[in-house]
Structures are given as C-alpha cells and as structure tokens.
Design a protein around this ligand. Sequence first.
Ligand SMILES: NC(=O)CC[C@H](N)C(=O)O
Length: 223
Amino acid sequence: MRIGVVTFPGSLDDVDAARAVRLAGAEAVALWHADHDLRGVDAVVLPGGFSYGDYLRAGAIAARAPMMADVVDRARRGMPVLGICNGFQVLCEAGLLPGALTRNGHLHFRNRDQALRVERADTAWTNAYEPGQEVVVPVKNGEGRYVAAPADLDRLEGEGLVAVRYAGGNPNGSLRDIAGVSSADGRVVGLMPHPEHAVEDLTGPSTDGLGFFTSVLTAVVAA
Ligand SMILES: NC(=O)CC[C@H](N)C(=O)O
C-alpha cells in the first residue's frame, strides 16, 4: 500500500504524517505540490501546516496547486484522501468537502489535547474505530471554526457526513461541534485535529490517532 503525502510551501506536519503512515504499515510517498505525478499511490494525505502562509484564507492558494488537480480528479474517482487541519482547509477550498474553516471564534490560536467522538466509523479513514468511540489527539489551529449554511449542516447531520465531533469542549467555536466531515462516499475525510501527532506513546498524548491511518489500509483492499 502506497500513501502519498503532499508537501506545499509552508506545510508543517508532512513529515509526521509520513511517519504515521509508516507506523500504520504502509509506504509513505512524498508528493510535491508543483508536480502532477501521483507516483501510483493508493491514497493521499494532505498534511497540516501553514501552506502559503495562510494568505487569503488558510488553504485557499494550496487548493489551486498543480498537484491538487490530480488529487481532486482521483478523489472524484474513489481514491481515499485525508485532509488534516490545513489539509482539511485545502479540501474545502478545492470543493471536495462542504463548508469552510474560519477564524477561531475567540480569535486566538488554540493548541491542546482534544477529546473527540468518532461519529461515522465506516469511512476510508475511520473504520478502525467504533461508532461513538472517544479518542484524544492534539488540535492546533487559528482558523479551525467549521461553518456551513444551516441547511447544509442539517444535510451533513442527516446523511451521516459528520465524521468526527469535538467532545469535552469545543476549541474553536465550530458549529455543532464539528471536528471533521466526510464525503458522501466516505472516501474523502477532513478533520481539524491532528491524528498524526497521536501515534506513539513517546511523542503524543495517546496512540488514538493511528487508527485513522490503519483504516485506509482495509479501505483500499476492500475497494
Ligand atoms: N496546524 C495546522 O495545520 C494549522 C492550519 C492553519 N494554518 C490554521 O492555523 O488554522
């Protein structure tokens, strides 16, 4: 299994994402934002960070990188894509996921270990969990407040597209405590928390995040 990790100018967590991919038992393949070559990967992770310095809006410029044209095309044909934090912002800006990430309601950058509840456990990136399972992974962002029109929020809830929800407190004012959403087919998932920072006892608050990366191994095999 080969999982690509895209690096944009300003990406911060691409190396940790690659490490999480390897710990999950897959090969991590470095992908460059300016290329069009997906190098035969089976899935893609868009990592956290500050792509293009968050200018215009976080993820807005990265969403228009040459590599994203290929990621969007393959995602629309079923390739699993996980967007983590800045990667989630890129996915929303690229139109692969609904809604938008806006400035945290309190206008501060928030960095803490965060309890989450896995709401949908049948996506390509969450099937290693049980529905309703609670995990703890770091959250760290300045534009993490998830928003969408009320009708869209109702649709997300009604169609089970809220993948992960904040539990035990909302770090940024996200509407309905939404921490992550899924595409209708469950193949594209974006979340603001950082599971790649919770894959080893030595370096994280837990190993709860590893399941996001092991999940995709079964999703691709099953496809
Ligand atoms: N940790 C991150 O990926 C941060 C994402 C984005 N730069 C923000 O501050 O919201």
